[in-house]
Design a protein around this ligand. Structure first.
Ligand code: UDP
Length: 239
C-alpha cells in the first residue's frame, strides 16, 4: 500500500551482468521480465524509480583495452552498451504496462531522449520509470558513479545497488568462509577498509552529498519492495 512506503524516490543501479542471467553474454529476457515486475511493484505503491543499468554484459572499456583497443573508444562502446540495455529494459517494463523512458547522456536523436534533469524530474513526478543510460557520458567513469550522480541530481532519497550477494562482506564470501556481513557502514569505513562496494568516485560522491546507499541482493524475491517500505535488507552505507 502507498501508506507503507518509506521512500518516495529512489535510484536503482542494476549491473549489466545481472541482465545476462545464465548466459555468458547479452541479455536474458527472462531476467529482464523479472526485474520489470519487481520495479512495477514499487511503482504500484507510488515510489518514483530512476534506473541506471550497466553495460558489463556487452562491453567494458577496461576489458576492451586489455584486448588492445584504445581505452576511450572502449569506454564509448561500454556507454553505448548501456543504452542497448536501457532499451531492452524499457521494452520489458512496457510489456508490464509500466510507463518508462530512456534518457541518454550521449545525444541519440530519434532513439532515446537526451538527458535533461528537469525533464527527468517531471517524468519521475508523473510516475514514469526513467532509465538513465550512457553512464555519465564521459570515459573513465563507471555506471556506479553515474547512478550516484543521477541519484543526487534528481533528489533521490536512496541509491540502491543490486548485487549477487546480500550486502557488503568483510571478504568475498564465495572465497572466504569466515567472511562476515556488515549491516551498516560509514562512507569512510568503506573507503578505509577498501571494501570495493563501488568505485571510489561513486562512494566519494555519495559521501560529499550525503546520499545513503544500500547494497542488496537482486535475486532475493521481494527484497527491493521490502527496502522501500523500510525493511533492513543487505548493507546500508551512510554517514
Ligand atoms: N562507461 C563509461 N563512462 C560512464 C559509465 C560507463 O565510460 O560514465 C563505460 C565503461 O567502459 C564501463 C562500461 O561503460 O566499463 C559499462 O559500464 P559498467 O562497467 O559500469 O557496467 P556494469 O559493471 O555495471 O555492468
Amino acid at each position: 500500500k502507498a501508506s507503507d512506503r518509506k521512500f518516495k524516490r529512489i535510484l536503482l543501479k542494476l549491473s549489466g551482468e545481472a541482465l545476462m542471467g545464465a548466459e555468458g553474454f547479452g541479455i536474458d529476457p527472462k531476467v529482464l521480465d523479472r526485474m520489470a515486475l519487481e520495479v512495477g511493484q514499487l511503482v504500484g505503491i507510488g515510489v518514483q524509480v530512476g534506473l541506471v543499468i550497466g553495460g558489463g554484459n556487452l562491453f567494458r572499456g577496461a576489458s576492451l583495452q586489455k584486448a588492445g583497443l584504445d581505452r576511450v573508444t572502449g569506454d564509448h562502446m561500454g556507454m553505448l552498451a548501456t543504452v542497448m540495455n536501457g532499451l531492452a529494459m524499457r521494452d520489458a517494463l512496457e510489456r508490464c504496462n509500466i510507463v518508462s523512458r530512456v534518457m541518454s547522456a550521449i545525444p541519440m536523436s530519434g532513439v532515446v531522449d537526451h538527458y535533461d534533469r528537469r525533464k527527468a524530474m517531471r517524468a519521475l513526478q508523473r510516475g514514469e520509470v526513467v532509465i538513465f543510460s550512457a553512464g555519465t557520458g564521459n570515459p573513465f567513469f563507471t555506471t556506479d558513479s553515474a547512478a550516484c550522480l543521477r541519484g543526487i541530481e534528481v533528489d533521490a532519497e536512496l541509491v540502491l545497488k543490486a548485487t549477487k550477494v546480500d550486502g557488503v562482506y568483510s571478504a568475498d564470501p564465495a572465497i572466504d568462509p569466515t567472511a562476515t556481513k556488515y549491516d551498516r557502514l560509514s562512507y569512510d569505513e568503506v573507503l578505509n577498509k577498501k571494501l570495493g562496494v563501488m568505485d571510489l568516485t561513486a562512494i566519494c560522491l555519495c559521501r560529499d552529498h550525503n546520499m545513503p546507499l544500500r547494497v542488496f541482493e537482486m535475486e532475493k524475491a521481494g527484497a527491493l519492495l521490502n527496502i522501500v517500505v523500510g525493511g533492513d535488507e543487505g548493507t546500508l552505507i551512510e554517514e
